[in-house]
Design a protein around this ligand. Structure first.
Ligand code: NAI
Length: 254
């Protein structure tokens, strides 16, 4: 993976940061993007500490919900590093647990803007650049809630089903043009995004309930998801496109 450049959106925490650490340790130049400058700077230091082979690490302050800013971010990466080989569209939010009839419309709108439109903007400009290169590999973060139904999470599930549809369709559009576009569907993983479900403040979920939903009876850890993302990004997965890889302790096997 040497001499390659990767973008990981929302890469200053959780699954994104873990993926950044893995790629950098394999010599990939990594750009992480996000909205939190300080967290980004801390993550850069952490990732630099494991980087090999002259890999460079950057943080770009960026909100994926602005199409103009996303376009500018891709241009900035290409201006500095000359190309974009890999992209992980990882930035996402989960802001409510409720049945759809009782859900808050503005919270759903925020999830649509980040999880669907934000990912769409990123993939759109990544693909435009990768087509110029004739090669590229993209991984979009879906979810088990992008494959199965999820109690109390219908609005989030709607956004993640959209990610799966966009991923598979785009893979078909560009399969013969040197681009591979895949998704990863994690089960529940201990990161900030499910903090409310783990700290006891969410009436619909707690750690025992979430663990019991998974046949392995536990949550995943970010490294287990990063392993799958890194594999899909790499040439080891050279005949894989349009695939949504479940990494979920058996959740979707039920
Ligand atoms: P996380 O909350 O640590 O990571 C998400 C990152 O995206 C954060 O750094 C956040 O600040 C960033 N982000 C959110 N909105 C953004 C925006 N508008 N612009 C730029 N960055 C933004 O949580 P985690 O778990 O690492 O989430 C990564 C992805 O994995 C998300 O897409 C999530 O939906 C997905 N996922 C997570 C699961 C879990 O149980 N942790 C399960 C299935 C999917």
């Amino acid at each position: 993976m040497m001499n390659q450049t990767a973008l990981i959106t929302g890469g200053a925490s959780g699954i994104g940061k873990e993926t950044a650490l893995k790629l950098a340790s394999r010599g990939v130049t990594v750009v992480i993007s996000g909205r939190r400058e300080e967290l980004g700077a801390e993550a850069v230091k952490e990732i630099e500490a494991v980087a090999t082979g002259g890999a460079r690490i950057r943080f770009i302050h960026n909100d994926v919900t602005s199409e103009a800013d996303v376009k500018a971010m891709i241009e900035q990466i290409v201006a500095e590093f000359g190309r974009l080989d890999m992209a992980v569209n990882n930035a996402g939010i989960s802001n409510e647990t409720a049945s759809v009839d009782l859900s808050d419309s503005s919270k759903f709108q925020a999830m649509v803007e980040t999880n669907i439109l934000g990912l769409y903007y990123c993939q759109k400009y990544e693909v435009q650049q990768m087509l110029k290169q004739g090669k590229g590999s993209i991984v979009n973060l879906a979810s088990i809630a992008g494959i199965n139904g999820m109690p109390w999470a219908g609005t989030y599930a709607a956004t993640k089903h959209a990610v799966a549809g966009l991923t598979k369709s785009s893979a078909l559009d560009h399969a013969a043009q040197g681009l591979r576009i895949n998704g990863v569907a994690p089960g529940a993983v201990k990161t900030d995004i499910i903090a409310a479900q783990l700290d006891g403040s969410d009436p619909n979920y707690n750690e025992d309930v979430i663990s019991a939903m998974h046949p392995m009876n536990r949550l995943g850890v970010p490294g287990e998801i990063a392993n799958g993302i890194a594999w899909l990004l790499s040439d080891e997965a050279s005949f894989v496109t349009g695939h949504i890889l479940t990494i979920d302790g058996g959740f979707t096997a039920k």
